[in-house]
Design a protein around this ligand. Structure first.
Ligand code: SF4
Ligand code: MG
Length: 324
């Protein structure tokens, strides 16, 4: 992913919000984000809601087209491939899992048809009997029973429904899965089960994940590499261990301090301070400066670049100046 940006026009002419003589309003939901994900690994993107991580997810699977920058998959520019006759072949290799397993499964369809749909769509199956066998295999790979093919979504718990979503995502034998808050709608006790299934599937199938979450405790469980986003930009990226043990960016520190007793250090939890600014009117300089305990005059006027410092990527003047 290189220099990826997505700008939304939120003047919303269909809501009559475009007023004569008033400037149109744009939101830079994703603003010049670059990263790589190694095959077979998991990059987690974290940040509070509104930081642009879901937009990155949708850009990566081609649900949105980028305003600028590019996404390369296996060396190829996905935007170009998705406009070519090879679009379907590429889509087969990348799938997405969404947050809400209630909303993403059609309540009127049997599991056979929900999980079988991508098989049919991609011409991976010829007869109806074949679909049932394949769907049963997929269900078993996520810990459900072959007999579940005949059931409807309402006959399952939340965790089981998310397993159905995962089975559906696996139907085309993808290599890359984009998972947008896949366990956030689930009870804590069920989250770990689903995360473990995802980890097992990754190991068995060599899957590559982009894992989106606002929850660092979840990220800790699944990530190899962690990227922290703030107001459309990547502010820190580091291998998981390094990020959790020696966070550099003040925003990463704030998020980590909000996790209760993360390393059994007994230190008190400090709730996240302040709020994400209005993206229509982002702060000057470092976008985090109104909330940052280390901000100085330079921070409010000059935007820090994302630089590699000590093997990690971080964008912060204080870190660069060696005062943090
Ligand atoms: Fe804080 Fe300044 Fe670093 Fe931004 S650049 S995170 S305001 S110290
Ligand atoms: Mg989101």
């Amino acid at each position: 992913v290189k220099g990826l940006s997505k700008v939304f026009d939120v003047s919303a002419p269909w809501l009559n919000r475009v007023v004569e003589g008033k400037p149109r309003q744009f939101v830079h939901a994703v603003d010049g984000v670059s990263f790589e994900i190694e095959r077979g690994k998991t990059l987690a993107l974290v940040g509070e809601s509104g930081c642009g991580k879901s937009t990155v997810a949708r850009l990566l699977v081609g649900l949105y087209g980028p305003t600028a920058g590019e996404v390369r998959f296996d060396g190829e520019d996905t935007a170009a491939v998705l406009k070519s006759p090879r679009a379907r072949a590429l889509r087969k290799r990348m799938q997405m899992i969404f947050q809400d397993p209630y909303a993403s499964l059609n309540p009127r369809w049997r599991v056979r048809d929900i999980v079988g749909e991508p098989l049919r769509e991609h011409g991976l199956i010829s007869d109806a009997g074949g679909i049932e066998d394949k769907v049963a295999d997929l269900l078993q790979s996520v810990g459900l029973a072959a007999a579940d093919v005949q059931k409807f979504p309402h006959q399952f718990s939340g965790g089981q429904r998310q397993r159905i979503s995962i089975a559906r995502a696996l139907a085309t034998q993808p290599e890359f899965l984009v998972c947008d808050e896949p366990t956030s709608a689930l009870d804590v006790s069920v989250q770990a089960q689903v995360l473990n299934i995802m980890k097992d599937l990754q190991r068995e199938r060599g899957l590559t994940y982009l894992f989106i979450s606002h929850n660092l405790a979840v990220v800790r469980h699944v990530a190899d590499e962690v990227g922290v986003m703030y107001l459309g930009r990547l502010v820190e990226q580091a291998p998981k261990r390094q990020l959790f043990e020696a966070p550099r960016h003040p925003y990463t520190r704030m998020l980590l301090d909000a996790i209760p007793d993360i390393q059994m250090t007994g230190r008190a939890r400090t709730p996240v301070q302040g709020e994400v600014p209005n993206p229509l009117n982002p702060p000057t300089g470092c976008a985090f400066h109104p909330r940052c305990p280390h901000a100085n005059a330079r921070c409010s006027s000059e935007r820090p670049e994302l630089r590699t410092i000590g093997g990690i990527r971080v964008s912060c003047h204080a870190v660069e100046e060696g005062r943090l």
